[in-house]
Design a binder for this molecule. Structure first.
Ligand code: AMP
Ligand code: MG
Length: 505
């Protein structure tokens, strides 16, 4: 990776743009459209500080002009990245940033390289029939869900800023337009590899893989089988990520290959949602009619997407196709086991177990699965059930029992759970207690009715207070706090029966 010369005066953004300099031919330079009357609605000051941005001397008007793309910070080199992707199983050879622009990269306080990109900044060479714009509601939604994921400890892209453009965007009806500034470990996707495998030269796929390895898996750079190692590393990150999603009840909603991140972050928050009453078949996206991206399908879809990545990498893995397929298949076939190991480790923590009795046996998984069956049969709120199980570990079963109409199945299951925990206690004096369970079982998730309420107030009345209060509440998901109780309440059954999420297009 090359380093660009830094100007002498200290710029607002310490840009160091390797994608532009290392990968000519992989993007289209493109300017953001002019926003007529930008106003700053949200600025993530904590994140700005972590990114070493020097925003102190900037007033709101200057920040709004900058995050609207009207006055780009020094060193920004806006580009639209090329990518392809399988959308709901069908290959679209030409997607790309149709309404986003990468401004550049900065190295944050922890030495981690981060992309800074605008979303909703106007048409690009990849816009096809789209207007390149974004509506305010979906952009604020991305802020809320991304920050909630971050607070939950789940790898995610994050929002740095949101500005209202001052111009409406035409959807089913006119909506206020907005631009989100997004920060991600990179915007490399499975679909980026698919694009160059489909249109590019074999050398371009290699160039892209070498760039990705240098950026995300530098330990592999000198290894002889680095491309296979890269596939394994991407798969490992996805196994860990999807296991974390499952443990908080997160449903991405559009796990198309263009929305699967190479660094293993949750990206492209569209019609995503957190599950309330436990249902493995839960799907909220209005466009997912077949339930392809339902909650319980996510691990299987992750593997399917990784198979598409493997196909793009085959010529690099081994020049002899049969051998390449055999090697890649080994990695892909290991995925369910790798996923299950991440899932099981998370499950044990949620159950207050350490897997000490016999970490390799299936008893803990079976215990967890029968707990989930019970939640499903009784339509119990997923988040609260886990949280109240921590209270039960502390000796207070009443709040848990209050979530269940009938107690018979619950009694039997609690008996098994207590026995399992007691068996572990016999072998160790410091088995995870209620407090440790509370550190992995959140009290607060972004409840769909609260998210909708906040977005509606912002979009319809220009009132950002509900959004700000909700965002503030979501920053401490593991702390129970009566002052935030309204955010922890599940939505009514009627609300959830009608609830649908929409792509932000
Ligand atoms: P998404 O569903 O947001 O992941 O987007 C899928 C593809 O559609 C990407 O190539 C986007 O850049 C493109 N796209 C989404 N919305 C728009 C829009 N309003 N204008 C142009 N392109 C868009
Ligand atoms: Mg996308």
């Amino acid at each position: 990776m090359t380093l660009t010369d830094k100007p002498m005066s200290s710029p607002l953004f310490p840009f160091d743009n390797t994608y532009v300099s290392d990968l000519p031919g992989f993007y289209a330079p493109c300017r953001p459209a002019r926003a007529p009357a930008p106003s700053l609605l949200f600025l993530n000051r904590g994140l700005a500080e972590a990114l070493r941005l020097d925003l102190a001397g900037q007033d709101d008007a200057a920040l709004a002009a900058m995050f609207a793309g009207n006055a780009l910070p020094e060193g920004a080199q806006p580009i639209a990245q090329a990518y392809a992707g399988h959308q709901f199983g069908h290959f679209s050879p030409q997607l790309g940033d149709g309404r986003a622009l990468l401004l550049g990269e900065v190295v944050d306080r922890h030495g981690r390289r981060r992309d800074i990109a605008l979303k909703g900044s106007g048409r690009t060479p990849f816009s096809r029939n789209g207007d390149g714009k974004a509506a305010l509601g979906p952009m604020l939604r991305e802020v809320l869900i991304g920050e909630a994921m971050h607070a939950l400890g789940i790898p995610t892209s994050r929002a740095l800023a949101v500005v209202a453009t001052g111009a409406p965007v035409q959807r089913e009806r006119p909506l206020p337009g907005a631009i989100l500034t997004r920060v991600a470990a990179s915007h490399l996707r499975v679909g980026t590899f698919q694009y160059f495998a489909a249109h590019g030269t074999p050398d371009q796929v290699r160039q892209l893989a070498d760039y990705a390895i240098a950026r995300h898996d530098p330990d592999l750079a000198d290894s002889a089988d680095r491309y296979l190692g890269f596939l394994r590393a991407v798969a490992e990150r996805q196994a860990a990520l999807v296991a974390q999603w499952m443990h908080v009840g997160f449903i991405h909603g559009v796990m198309n290959t263009d929305n699967m991140s190479i660094p293993g972050e949750t990206i492209d928050y569209g019609p995503c949602a957190f599950m309330e009453a436990f249902d493995p078949g839960a799907v909220f996206s209005s466009i997912d009619e077949g339930g392809r991206y339902a909650y319980a399908e996510q691990p299987r879809i992750a593997r399917w997407n990784l198979t598409r990545l493997a196909e793009a990498l085959l010529p690099l893995i081994d020049p002899q196709e049969g051998r390449a397929i055999a090697l890649a298949s080994e990695v892909l076939d290991a995925f369910p086991t790798r996923y299950r190991q991440h899932w099981l480790a998370g499950l044990r923590a949620k159950l207050g177990l350490r897997g000490l009795v016999d970490p390799s046996d299936n008893a803990d998984a079976a215990l967890g699965e029968s707990w989930l069956d019970l939640l499903h049969a009784r339509r119990v709120d997923y988040t609260l059930a886990w949280r109240r199980l921590a209270d039960a570990a502390a000796g207070d079963e009443a709040p848990l029992r209050a979530l269940f109409a009938g107690q018979a199945g619950l009694d039997r299951w609690l008996q098994r759970w207590r026995e399992r925990r007691a068996a572990e206690d016999a072998g160790a004096s410091d088995a995870p207690g209620a407090e440790a369970m509370r550190r992995v079982n959140p009290w607060l998730i972004p409840r769909n009715h609260r998210v909708e309420e906040a977005l509606e107030a912002a979009s319809e009345q220009g009132d950002l207070a509900p959004f700000e209060h909700l965002l503030h509440a979501l920053r401490r998901p593991f702390e129970e706090d009566p002052a935030r109780a309204r955010y922890a309440e599940p939505a009514t059954g009627e609300f959830m029966a009608e609830f649908r999420t929409f792509c932000g297009t």
